[in-house]
Design a protein around this ligand. Structure first.
Ligand SMILES: Nc1ncnc2c1ncn2[C@@H]1O[C@H](COP(=O)(O)OP(=O)(O)OP(=O)(O)O)[C@@H](O)[C@H]1O
Ligand SMILES: [Mg+2]
Length: 254
């Protein structure tokens, strides 16, 4: 395990300061995030882990402006999301953020190719064909591009969702279990593309995963439990990650 790479300089791509997220009220109140503060350095690959229900998706949705925190401050770069109108948040997401949803969120009436290029089409930007071909090739989607999501396997849909998040080369890519439905080969392809996004294009990547092998691709692994950050590791091996999961009882209580 290396402890050396704790980042001392560099810019912050996204941050949460004292973020609280409470769903419902009274008897049905759920404290999904209880005062979470974390910075994500630009050009770093972070994996978020923790038991089911620990708040991973909630944190990611708040960071990406898909959900509002109950209190606290979320920033993308140096821009606080709280101070933005809905329209400005939408534009920020469109221009700077790629998001792979836990449930893919593909548009059922569009083909795989149309789904992938949707964010670029909406933004009125020009598709980088070479980059598109490279992503589609590496994710093994070349012969599925004219099919609609209902005609794709779960793993193929997930790879389309990953391609969609990557194709516009956003500053930050958030992936909520982007390899959750993939076999080890496809999972390896997705993770190496994300790794390359960081190493070659200085993008920032934040993923949620339950898989210690996936987490081992990251520069930093943070652990959530019951809505709080409880541990972090820098450049861990899969075994290091597994050991912390074991200690924290991942998959157990929340
Ligand atoms: N819209 C909602 N309304 C009420 N409670 C919610 C809502 N969304 C999430 N929760 C609750 O907030 C807590 C955190 O949920 P979250 O989806 O962030 O967990 P997670 O760590 O992503 O879990 P998983 O690994 O199963 O995806 C859970 O107890 C969940 O039931
Ligand atoms: Mg989740």
């Amino acid at each position: 395990m290396t402890h050396a790479t704790e980042v001392s300089q560099g810019t912050v791509a996204a941050s949460a300061q004292h973020v609280v997220k409470t769903y419902g009220s009274g008897d049905t109140e759920v404290h999904a995030l209880r005062d979470v503060s974390i910075d994500f350095q630009a050009g770093q690959f972070t994996a978020i882990m923790g038991p089911s229900g620990s708040g991973k998706s909630t944190l990611m949705h708040c960071l990406a402006g898909l959900d509002n925190a109950t209190s606290g401050v979320v920033r993308i770069g140096d821009v606080g999301l709280m101070g933005l109108s809905d329209k400005e948040v939408t534009r920020m997401r469109r221009d700077r953020i790629g998001f792979v949803f836990q449930a893919f969120n593909l548009v059922p009436t569009l083909t795989a190719k149309e789904n992938i290029t949707l964010p670029i089409d909406i933004a009125g930007r020009k598709l980088d064909e070479e980059w598109f071909d490279a992503i589609v090739g590496r994710l093994g989607l070349g012969d599925r591009l004219t099919h609609r999501p209902s005609e794709l396997s779960g793993g193929q849909q997930q790879r389309v969702a990953c391609a969609r998040a990557l194709v516009g080369k956003p500053d930050i890519i958030f992936g909520d279990e982007p390899t959750g439905n993939l076999d080890s080969r496809s999972s390896g392809e997705v993770l190496s593309i994300l790794r390359a996004a960081v190493d070659e294009f200085s993008q920032t990547v934040v993923i949620v995963t339950h898989d210690p092998r996936a987490a081992a691709y990251a520069d930093r692994v943070v652990f959530l439990a019951d809505g709080q950050l409880v541990r972090e590791l820098y450049s861990p091996s899969a075994d290091d990650v597994f050991e912390v999961m074991r200690i924290l009882g991942e998959g157990g209580e929340n």
